[in-house]
Design a protein around this ligand. Structure first.
Ligand SMILES: Nc1ncnc2c1ncn2[C@@H]1O[C@H](COP(=O)(O)OP(=O)(O)OP(=O)(O)O)[C@@H](O)[C@H]1O
Ligand SMILES: [Mg+2]
Length: 274
């Protein structure tokens, strides 16, 4: 394999010149959520996206996942263009708690898997593994209402994991949690990332979360959003939230904020009108 081919296979997913405009039919201009966005996710990396409120982060995730079509541009997953569906191998975890209140933790976790034709023994094996990995073994028969917010979010992550995605996209999955629980959940996510070898794209508004979890961080501009800068952390693969004590952590967070501050000010002025 040539060096050029090696580089190409290292790219797991790619957005090329992707824009997204909402509405705009019937003569109205619509809302441009994404300006020309280019993004290359390397196979197996942990990539976070930060950006001002309303800049198009969820839109980026939706089009990359195949949940919504871009207005222009192209998205490739494992070298193939998306065809209007979420491709096999892509798992999504949403911000809101998406657990089903009438199903037990175990039934929530295997809900999607049961629809895929995977046999019962394999379902049981994957369930057992996901319960262990997410620390939910003792709660398999509990209902979501009996769990804390962090545990419910772990159920949602487990439900994605049992599908064995090769790429996991998460949209502010810890947004509703308190600071300590967020740190612990971040560590859980790092464990999942290491153990599965999946490529992870995490949307977050927390600079410290992005700085401690990621291999690379993409910073988005104010709306219409695009990635205006990428920062590489060079953390070792074996890491957890205690990396915040590392001297480089402060430097990375400061660099993120110096770019994000300007964009956040722009976003706030946009919101305030002309
Ligand atoms: N379904 C939709 N229809 C019309 N406009 C939309 C739709 N979804 C998002 N938008 C608009 O697109 C822009 C980007 O929204 P998006 O949700 O992607 O931003 P975000 O960065 O995820 O915001 P937040 O930080 O609040 O999560 C916003 O101006 C929003 O109002
Ligand atoms: Mg969002």
């Amino acid at each position: 394999m040539s060096a050029r081919e090696t580089r190409r296979t290292d790219v797991h997913a790619e957005m090329r010149g992707v824009t997204r405009v909402y509405g705009g039919s019937g003569g109205s201009a619509g809302v441009q959520a994404l300006a020309e966005t280019n993004l290359r996710l390397r196979r197996g990396e942990f990539y976070s996206v930060i950006g001002p409120s309303g800049c198009g982060k969820s839109t980026l995730l939706d089009v990359l996942a195949g949940l919504s079509r871009p207005t222009t541009g192209e998205i490739l997953f494992e070298g193939r263009p998306l065809d209007g569906r979420v491709p096999d191998g892509v798992g999504v975890v949403f911000q809101e708690d998406a657990s089903f209140s009438w199903l037990t933790v175990a039934d929530n976790i295997v809900f999607g898997l049961r629809r895929t034709g995977v046999d019962a023994a394999e379902i049981a094996r994957r369930l057992d593994h996901a319960l262990r990995l997410m620390g939910l073994v003792d709660f398999a028969k509990a209902y979501p209402a009996q769990l804390s917010g962090g545990m419910r979010q772990r159920v949602c992550i487990a439900r994605t994991l049992v599908m064995q995605p090769r790429m996991i996209l998460l949209d502010e999955p810890f947004g509703a949690l308190d600071a300590q629980t967020r740190l612990i959940m971040g560590d859980e996510l790092l464990k999942v990332w290491r153990e599965t070898g999946a490529t992870v794209l995490l949307i977050t508004h927390a600079l410290d979360e992005a700085a401690m979890l990621s291999d690379r961080i993409g910073i988005m501009s104010a709306r219409p959003g695009r990635i205006i800068e990428e920062i590489e952390t060079r953390w070792p693969r074996e890491r957890d939230s205690r990396i915040a004590a590392n001297a480089a952590f402060g430097d990375i967070t400061a660099r993120l904020w110096s770019v994000l501050r300007d964009e956040s000010l722009k976003a706030i002025r946009q919101g305030a009108g002309p």
